[in-house]
Design a protein around this ligand. Structure first.
Ligand code: CP
Length: 322
């Protein structure tokens, strides 16, 4: 495998290799000197055509911890704002002889196009394309859940998948690349995923996905899940589509928010996840977001471990993701 474009492209073996390598990377990050020489002499470009805090910073941190040189490119302030195309941007980077490209783009398929259109011959990592895929987010979610799921049962993590874990993903499924990536990866790893959201925010054809779905959050909670993953309501994508997906913030929160009463019903074993950024008071209440059951900050930390693992496996001569 040369690129990481979709969580659906990962075999069970490849997914476990990334997770196990991320655990090995995590062990190096508690040392006083966190930097490894692995990617010395390589240059990684972070090509961000869409806003990001966690993904952009953690890819930069990961590459630097592996001793790569990092170029951060943001569409704002670049020649993209003068109308330069993705193709010409890619050809410009190719001329500068970069070794790997991390791309976030608001259009689904942009990462695939960059990898396969012949504009670039280096590994491409998808950092989120439209509502399509965000594979490293799903990997960091799986890493976080695996620690808690097996941590509660004891024993080694290496080589273990998520067989038997129950994951409930709630909210704006329609616009969510995080939901799609997690359905793919969690399915590969043996977890049972249930999607929850209003009918207007459930994608057409969801009945054919490798998961269950329901419009009733409380019924899904009755299954005593190991994780409840709350999704951000993506107001910017809803406005672009003309709005009208639900009557009001209050009604959305009552039906699909992790409010105080649902939070208090959660079993002790259930971890609360959110990819960020959170809309507090809309999809999640502050009590839940800040509770000891919340692993939101841990997810961000694991983002660095997973991205170190992926950069190492794709870019280091000895990495060999396949
Ligand atoms: N989870 C996530 O992709 O966050 P950012 O948009 O801040 O990168």
């Amino acid at each position: 495998m040369k690129h990481l474009l979709s969580a659906a492209d990962l075999s069970h073996e490849q997914a476990l290799k990334i997770l196990d390598t991320a655990e090995a990377m995590a062990m190096t990050q508690s040392r006083q000197v966190k930097k490894l020489p692995t990617l010395r002499g390589k240059t990684v470009v972070n090509l961000f055509f869409e806003d990001s805090t966690r993904t952009r910073i953690s890819f930069e941190t990961a590459a630097k911890r592996l001793s790569a040189d990092v170029i951060n490119f943001s569409a704002k302030g670049s020649s993209v704002s003068k109308g330069e195309s993705l193709k010409d941007t890619a050809l410009t980077l190719q001329a500068m002889r970069v070794d790997g490209i991390v791309i976030r783009h608001r259009f689904s398929g942009a990462a695939y196009r960059l990898a396969h259109a012949g504009w670039s011959d280096v590994p491409v990592i998808n950092a989120g394309d439209g509502n399509h895929q965000h594979p490293t987010q799903a990997l960091l979610d799986a890493m976080t859940l695996r620690r808690h799921y097996w941590g509660a049962r004891g024993g080694e993590l290496a080589g273990r998948d998520l067989k038997g874990a129950k994951v409930v993903i709630v909210g704006d499924i329609l616009h969510s690349r995080v939901a799609r990536s997690n359905v793919d990866l969690m399915g590969t790893l043996g977890a049972q995923v249930t999607l929850v959201g209003p009918p207007t925010l459930m994608p057409v054809g969801v009945e054919d996905w490798n998961c269950d779905f329901t419009y009733d959050f409380d019924t899904a909670l009755n299954t005593e899940p190991d994780a409840v993953m709350m999704l951000r309501v993506q107001n910017e994508r809803m406005s672009a589509a003309g709005g009208g997906f639900f009557p009001s913030v209050g009604e959305y929160h009552r039906a699909y928010g992790l409010d105080r009463s649902r939070f208090e019903r959660l079993p002790e074993k259930t971890v609360i996840m959110h990819p960020g950024p959170m809309n507090r008071g809309m999809e999640i209440c502050a009590e839940a977001a800040d509770s000891p059951q919340s692993v939101v900050v841990e997810q961000v930390g694991n983002g660095v471990n997973i991205r170190m693992s992926v950069l190492y496996l794709l870019l280091a001569p000895e990495g060999g993701l396949l």
